[in-house]
Design a protein around this ligand. Structure first.
Ligand code: SAM
Length: 277
C-alpha cells in the first residue's frame, strides 16, 4: 500500500497531485510527471545512480546498524535500495514524489508518496535518513537539511548523495549549439552544499566528492539517457518550452563533445555522512 503520511489515509494519484500543487506547481508537477514516466525503465538506465548508491552504502558503519532502527529512503525511486536497507534496519520507509516509482517493491513494504520539501514526519522520530541521487530535486537544499536534522532522533544519521554543479556539461555544450535556453537542470554548487551542511547543526563524518561517468555509443543515446531516468525537468526561468525539433536535435548531436568516439555523460556528486549529536 502507498500512503501519504500527512493524510494518514492511502493516497490516490489525484490526491497526491493536489497536494503537490500547493507547493511549487510547475517544478514539482514536472518532476513528478517525468519521474513517473521513467519508472518502468528506470533500472535499465540508472547505471551511475547504482554506482553512487554502492558508494553511499560503503559510508554506513555496519556495527551501528540494528533491527530496532527506522530508516527513511528519501527519493527512493522504484525501491532500488530497499532490500539492502532492509538487511541493515528494522523498518524502511520509502518516500518518493512519484506515485508510479513507488509501485515497485514487495507486498508489505512501507511507502509514502510525499514531497521532501514538505516532510510528513514527526520531529525526533527517525534513526536513519538514506538518500541517493535525489535531494538535487529539492527546491531548497539548505531548508531540507534543517528539516532532516529535525526529524532525526538525537544520535541519528544521514547518508546523502547529491548531484552538483558541473554535471551534464556534455549535454549543456551540445545544446549551446541549438539556442541559449537551458536544456538541463541547474545544480547546487559544491560550496553551497558545504555551507548548508555547516549551518545545519549536523556533525560531519565524511564528505566525498566524486565524478561518475556513463558512456554511450552515440550522442543521441547520451541525450536520451537523461530522459530515460526522468531527469529532464528544468528548474530555471530560462527553460526551453515545447518539443525539440528534429533539426535542433540533429544540431545538438553534431555538437556533442565525443571522447574516443564515445558520448560521455558526467555527474559530479557529493556524498555525505552526517550525525545528529
Ligand atoms: C534519480 S532518482 C533516484 C532513485 C533512487 N534513490 C536511486 O538510488 O536510484 C530521483 C528520485 O527522486 C524523486 N524525487 C524528485 N523530487 C522529489 C521530491 N521533491 N520529493 C521526493 N522525491 C522526489 C524522483 O521521483 C525519483 O524517484
Amino acid at each position: 500500500m502507498i500512503a501519504h503520511a500527512l493524510d494518514i489515509e492511502p493516497v490516490t494519484k489525484a490526491a497526491a497531485t493536489t497536494q503537490l500543487k500547493r507547493l511549487n506547481p510547475a517544478l514539482k508537477k514536472g518532476a513528478q510527471v517525468n519521474f513517473s514516466k521513467a519508472a518502468g525503465n528506470y533500472n535499465t538506465h540508472a547505471h551511475v545512480q547504482k554506482k553512487a548508491a554502492d558508494d553511499l552504502f560503503k559510508l554506513i558503519n555496519p556495527l551501528a546498524c540494528n533491527k530496532n532502527k527506522v530508516c527513511v529512503d528519501l527519493g527512493a525511486g522504484p525501491l532500488v535500495n530497499t532490500q539492502q536497507l532492509q538487511r541493515l534496519y528494522g523498518t524502511v520507509l520509502s518516500m518518493d514524489l512519484s506515485f508510479d516509482m513507488l509501485k515497485s517493491g514487495n507486498e508489505g513494504d512501507y511507502k509514502i508518496c510525499a514531497d521532501m520539501d514538505n516532510l510528513p514526519l514527526q520531529a525526533n522520530s527517525i534513526d536513519i535518513i538514506f538518500s541517493n541521487f535525489a535531494v538535487q530535486w529539492s527546491a531548497n537544499f539548505k531548508a531540507l537539511l534543517q528539516s532532516l536534522y529535525g526529524v532525526l532522533k538525537p544520535g541519528g544519521q544521514a547518508y546523502i548523495s547529491t548531484v552538483v554543479e558541473g554535471s551534464l556539461n556534455e549535454i549543456k555544450t551540445a545544446f549551446a549549439a541549438v539556442d541559449s535556453h537551458n536544456h538541463i537542470n541547474t545544480f547546487n554548487a559544491g560550496d553551497y552544499i558545504n555551507q548548508s551542511v555547516q549551518n545545519s547543526g549536523f556533525q560531519v563524518n565524511r564528505v566525498i566528492s566524486k565524478t561518475y561517468t556513463d558512456e554511450y555509443a552515440s550522442a543521441l543515446h547520451a541525450i536520451r539517457s537523461i530522459k530515460a531516468i526522468g531527469a529532464t525537468t528544468q528548474n530555471t526561468a530560462n527553460t526551453r518550452q515545447g518539443l525539440l525539433t528534429r533539426s535542433a536535435l540533429k544540431k545538438a548531436c553534431a555538437a556533442y563533445p565525443l571522447i574516443n568516439q564515445k558520448a560521455c555523460v558526467s555527474y559530479h556528486v557529493v556524498l555525505l555522512s552526517l550525525n545528529k549529536a
